[in-house]
Design a protein around this ligand. Structure first.
Ligand code: SF4
Length: 221
């Protein structure tokens, strides 16, 4: 079985086990970008709390852009790395205002994935994963963001090599998975990583893709 066939079988089995998951449009695009920045290097519980506190503290994006850094930092403190993230949020909003005249990212709805990725990754503190999360959740684009769970499970299963970086993995997995299946593959692999294939204690015995997984035959990868 080559990697494309394996990817399709993993998709089929995860879909069967976890149900067909599809990303829902959750919030305005700029809010989605701020949420994605807050999600970097912390747990879901922490970043959701940080986001909620930020939105409760300020009535809108404009107020966040104009707020003193210390107030943004205070609001997002539970999310960790608050100093760095508050600076990133402020810099992103200032860059948007300077370049576009306002804080909206709605123009990306008319852009190609390549153009939108280029624009987003040119913003301060926005890497490929953050850009893809915004494109997938914000405007329903058929991309496959690679977070820590997707990277770990894809390596263990053997869809990518052990030394592949997250940035390389996104391109490689998008080559293996047809566009229509990418968002659900992302959601299912995140769920697999969170609930079954944790970093320290993978539960192979209940895993829906254990019969396809290389890790069982070469643990430590
Ligand atoms: S078989 Fe084990 S290592 Fe492989 S994906 Fe499942 S839980 Fe992870």
């Amino acid at each position: 079985m080559d990697r494309s066939e394996k990817a399709m079988e993993v998709d089929r089995r995860l879909d069967e086990a976890f149900g067909s998951r599809l990303p829902r449009e959750r919030r305005e695009l700029t809010d989605e970008l701020i949420h994605a920045v807050l999600s970097q290097n912390t747990s879901r519980k922490n970043y959701n709390l940080a986001y909620r506190r930020l939105m409760e503290r300020f009535p809108g994006i404009e107020e966040i852009a104009k707020a003193p850094l210390s107030e943004i930092e205070e609001a997002i403190r539970p999310g960790g790395l608050s100093r760095q993230k508050s600076k990133t949020i402020k810099e992103i909003l200032l860059a948007l205002k300077e370049e576009r005249g306002d804080y909206s990212l709605d123009f990306l709805r008319e852009s190609s994935v390549t153009e939108a990725r280029r624009f987003l990754t040119a913003l301060p503190g926005v890497g490929p994963k953050t850009a893809s999360i915004v494109l997938m959740f914000g405007i329903g684009r058929q991309v496959l963001p690679v977070d820590t769970h997707v990277l770990r499970t894809a390596k263990r299963i053997g869809l990518i090599d052990r030394k592949t970086t997250a940035e390389q993995a996104e391109a490689e997995l998008e080559d293996l998975v047809p566009p229509a299946k990418r968002p659900r593959m992302h959601l299912n692999m995140v769920h697999l990583g969170r609930e079954v294939c944790s970093a320290r204690n993978p539960r192979h015995e209940i895993c829906p893709v254990n019969m396809l997984c290389d890790y069982i035959f070469r643990p430590g990868s």
